[in-house]
Design a binder for this molecule. Structure first.
Ligand code: GDP
Length: 401
């Protein structure tokens, strides 16, 4: 009798498991990745001539192994097979923006050590003669602080050090901290403005030369906004660089933000127009538009960005035009900044790759050059390595605290 019951149980389990395999594989067929049909990525179409293969245990159609195994027979529990729904793409929860710069301070200190420590050690010399002051100047100029701000700083340091007389290391650090803070500016509005209208989203245009980290920054900025509780639609208007739209879309998918894109080499202005239209219809808080940044000719750039700006403004006013600059490019970055500033009204600067250069002084020189504040800084390739710029945390990283 027991043997009969056991045989029945095994039979039920085996039939059930086989049923599970069939259902599981049918389900998987139905849920082939949607991008296979995307018109903009014909190369991603799966090879339908390939012989069908039975799904492997724990394998999703995309080929990624997953820990769950609804269709497997093996295992100690001979229960009825569980048909698992394929998990939706995991939506990440980005790190909160407040305090990011504090987390990234070690990277900033590492890269900017030469500036802060160099200045401190010079200022602690017993006799501060002309040669020493020249060395102070050299350090500031090498770090891209710029000629006029360097002269101002040296002048102020000279008179304050004279008043101070004997200097303890702590006093010097405090003095340098105060003067660098004055130079960087503590009263500038560094908010990334995304105030949407009653029926329209906030609109942010991201501009800059290709290679500066513009698309990456747009993706990271989407995470910053999502972390701040906003819903975001991305516009892939960099139709010039082939991979830019895919890259942006991947960033968006990670935080559940839709990406509006057009055909490769298509009209950037039409993508920008569509993204604002779709963002408005979807009731998004912010539309973030990545633009192409080829510095072919100033007129070409002006035409292209001018058109993007005009079509966007048919829907709603632009809240921000953020210029992305690669901090490692030094003077070249300043030249780019000048060109873009002539073409559009930049409202904020994003300095990328500050983790890879000792030239943090560009924060000061670019603000002076354009008269607009640095609002965000990139300190690495990680998804949350874009931080709101906080002068205090920046200066503390330079001089140590
Ligand atoms: P685009 O052509 O301007 O859109 O450039 P991308 O966004 O594709 O970025 C170019 C490269 O710069 C990529 O490898 C990025 O990972 C890298 N990058 C961007 N921002 C940063 C940053 O803050 N730090 C570092 N180390 N790399 C960055």
């Amino acid at each position: 009798m027991e043997i009969v019951i056991l045989a029945v149980v095994i039979a039920v389990v085996v039939i059930g498991a086989l049923g599970g395999l069939v259902i599981g594989s049918r389900k998987k067929k139905r849920q082939e990745p949607p991008e296979a049909a995307a018109p903009t990525a014909p190369t991603e179409t799966p090879d339908i001539t390939a012989p069908p293969t039975a799904p492997q245990a724990g394998e999703e159609p995309g080929g990624e192994a997953r820990p769950s195994g609804g269709a497997t027979v093996a295992g100690p529990e001979p229960a009825a097979p569980v048909i698992t729904e394929p998990a939706p793409p995991a939506i990440e929860v980005p790190e909160p923006t407040a305090g990011r710069l504090v987390r990234l301070r070690a990277r900033l200190s590492r890269s900017q050590n030469a500036l802060g420590q160099g200045l401190l050690s010079l200022l602690s010399r017993e006799h501060l003669d002309e040669d020493t002051w020249e060395e102070v100047e050299d350090i500031l100029l090498t770090a891209d602080v710029g000629v006029a701000p360097t002269q101002e700083l040296v002048e102020r340091l000279r008179s304050r050090v004279k008043v101070l007389g004997t200097r303890t290391p702590a006093e010097l650090r405090q003095l340098l901290r105060e003067e660098l803070l004055t130079l960087v500016g503590t009263d500038l509005d560094r908010t990334v403005h995304t105030e949407s209208g009653l029926d329209t989203p906030g609109i942010v245009l991201v501009v800059g030369v290709n290679g500066t980290g513009k698309t990456t920054t747009t993706g990271k900025l989407a995470r910053v906004l999502v972390a701040d509780g906003k819903s975001v639609v991305l516009g892939a208007a960099d139709t010039f660089r082939a991979a830019a739209a895919d890259q942006l879309q991947t960033w968006g998918e990670r935080v559940g933000a839709r990406t509006v894109r057009g055909p490769e080499a298509g009209d950037p202005a039409s993508v920008a127009f569509d993204s604002v239209k779709q963002g408005t219809e979807a009731g998004a808080d912010v539309v973030l538009i990545d633009t192409a940044g080829r510095l072919h000719t100033k007129t070409g750039l002006m035409d292209e960005l001018g058109k993007v700006k005009r079509v966007v403004e048919k829907h709603a006013p632009l809240d921000e035009i953020l210029l992305v600059l690669d901090a490692t490019t030094g003077q070249n970055g300043l030249v780019q900044a000048r060109v873009f500033a002539e073409v559009v009204d930049i409202t904020g600067i994003v300095l990328t790759k500050l983790d890879g250069t000792a030239k943090g002084g560009i924060v000061v020189s670019v603000q002076r050059e354009l008269g607009v504040p640095v609002k965000l800084v990139g300190l690495g390739e990680g998804p949350d390595d874009l931080a709101p710029f906080e002068p205090e945390a920046f200066v503390d990283a330079l001089v140590g605290s």
